[in-house]
Design a protein around this ligand. Structure first.
Ligand code: HEM
Ligand SMILES: N[C@@H](CC(=O)c1ccccc1NC=O)C(=O)O
Length: 452
């Protein structure tokens, strides 16, 4: 069987040695003592290879809560206060030093909203919760049905069908337009003001805003994918195969959404991108911890790529957990074993933080699933005949394919924009992306095709 995981296999043959060699970040800042040619820039602050020694405090709240609570250090490779630009001096904004958390405790709900910056600062200090509804519902609007109290429908609280029906009838279907407390329920629900304060391009180049916003959109989708996949893993562990399959159906669509963002980025002319590329310094999507966590939960475990995150308080713990926990694929294999597939212990009890080695037994097990699950004529069988594993296999294949598409589109778009130039993250660019896009999530599931 051809090795479907050239990347991880290569890593096994040639272990990473910190501080050796030099990155190929030709002309872009100061390389920081990287692994061999084409290896990405990572935090070279003497974190040894492996992931067991995280640096800094690690609050490590459950799930993703607390992600991004860190007060950020200066961007690598760039002076903290000035960002070199190509046109018109181009220093418009300073790098942010404060980020809001994703979720904090359910406390401290001030009745009046303060400016976003103040709130961000409070949030960063853990004083308040970003998503807390700030209305107390105390400003009665005098019976016109607008929020403000007296209707039992608190802006920050729960509504109900009956409540909404009463309100719509009372106002003859006119929208609610007055809200007490200096905010709207919409802002309060999704922290829209905070969200929309987080776009801070570093140059005046017109194409930087679309690049910036699309980058943020992708991060949100990575986060969503990660959370959904963690749920899939739990459902598989609980033998809730149909429910897991149902969530995977949605995950495929979410990954499709991720793919369509390349339509927009692909419209950037090389010259448009070059107009702000220097402002990026050594920042690279390769340093996306949310993406790394998605790769890990899907089962592509490469401990070396956790390293950039190990010095980031609040992030290190999450990345480490994603690396060390079983993946969705590990959970699927355990399920197959519980259903009688003869899988070796090496596939079922192993160090989850290490790359998965494709297995002939697993390949045969998936082939069995297709053989059993397929109705006469090759169609899917009915659930009661054990066909749920067939549906699961195809849902997993859908997600694997969607993620491969995302990577291929990335590769294609990058080739179109920067050609053969090195990446900002220290790699040879397209050559790195080509190699990582060869990886197949759930490799035995792909290999099983050759047996059917
Ligand atoms: C459109 C302009 C973009 C270019 C030219 C570009 C280029 C590159 C390059 C050259 C790499 C290899 C690492 C390096 O040396 O930097 C890379 C990696 C990566 N980029 Fe992009 N990228 C772009 C947009 C994005 C966007 C919008 C995202 C999504 C947030 C993204 C996510 C990633 C990820 C996750 C990796 C790591 C892939 C892996 O190692 O598995 N990139 N990119
Ligand atoms: N690696 C890219 C830059 C890049 O991907 C990037 C840089 C800063 C912030 C986000 C980035 N990518 C994903 O959103 C490059 O070589 O130009």
């Amino acid at each position: 069987m051809a090795d479907p995981q050239p990347h991880t296999a290569r890593l096994r043959r040639r272990p990473h040695r910190p501080g050796r060699g030099c990155a190929a970040a030709a002309g872009r800042g100061t390389p920081q003592g990287q692994a061999g040619a084409g290896a990405p820039l990572s935090d070279a602050r003497s974190v040894p290879s492996g992931v067991r020694r995280a640096r800094g405090p690690q609050p490590g709240p459950a799930g993703l809560a607390g992600a991004g609570t860190a007060v950020r250090p200066a961007a690598h490779g760039l002076p903290r206060r000035t960002v070199p630009g190509r046109r018109r001096g181009v220093v418009r904004r300073l790098p942010r030093t404060v980020r809001p958390p994703v979720r904090l405790g359910d406390d401290a709900r001030p009745a009046v909203r303060r400016p976003v910056r103040t709130r961000l600062r409070e949030v960063a200090c853990g004083v308040r919760r970003v998503t807390a509804a700030n209305h107390s519902g105390d400003g009665d609007t005098g019976g016109d049905g607008n929020y403000g109290g007296g209707h039992g429908c608190e802006p920050g609280g729960k509504g109900s069908d009956a409540e909404r029906a009463r309100l719509a009838a009372l106002r003859d279907g006119e929208p609610l337009v007055e809200f007490a407390g200096g905010s709207t329920p919409y802002i309060d629900y999704q922290s829209i003001d905070v969200l929309l304060s987080l776009q801070q391009p570093r140059s005046d180049a017109p194409a930087e805003l679309p690049f910036y916003v699309l980058g943020q959109v992708k991060e949100l989708l990575f986060k969503l994918l990660y959370e959904e996949l963690v749920r899939v893993r739990s459902l598989l562990a609980e033998d809730e195969v149909w429910q897991a399959t149902w969530v995977l159906r949605r995950v495929q669509r979410e990954a499709g959404l991720l793919c369509s963002t390349w339509d927009v980025l692909g419209s950037l002319a090389p010259t448009e991108f070059n107009a702000f590329r220097d402002s990026l310094g050594q920042a690279s999507g390769l340093q996306s911890y949310m993406y790394r966590m998605v790769e890990y939960v899907l089962g592509n475990k490469d401990p070396r790529l956790a390293r950039p995150h190990l010095g980031v308080p609040g992030v290190a713990e999450q990345v480490r957990r994603a690396l060390e926990e079983p993946s969705v694929y590990d959970a699927a294999l355990a399920l197959l074993a519980r259903r009688g597939a003869p899988l070796p212990a090496t596939a079922l009890e192993r160090d989850w933080s290490q790359p998965y080695a494709p297995s002939d037994a697993a390949e045969r097990a998936w082939a069995q699933v297709y053989a059993k699950g397929g109705a006469p004529g090759g169609g899917p069988s009915r659930p009661e005949s054990g066909g749920e594993l067939f549906w699961l296999a195809e849902a997993l294949a859908d997600v694997a394919e969607a993620m491969c598409r995302w990577r291929s589109l990335h590769l294609l778009t990058v080739e179109r924009i920067i050609g053969t130039k090195p990446g900002t993250g220290g790699t040879h660019g397209v050559a790195w992306l080509r190699r990582v896009s060869e990886h197949r999530f759930f490799p035995d599931l792909w290999a099983a095709r050759g047996r059917l």
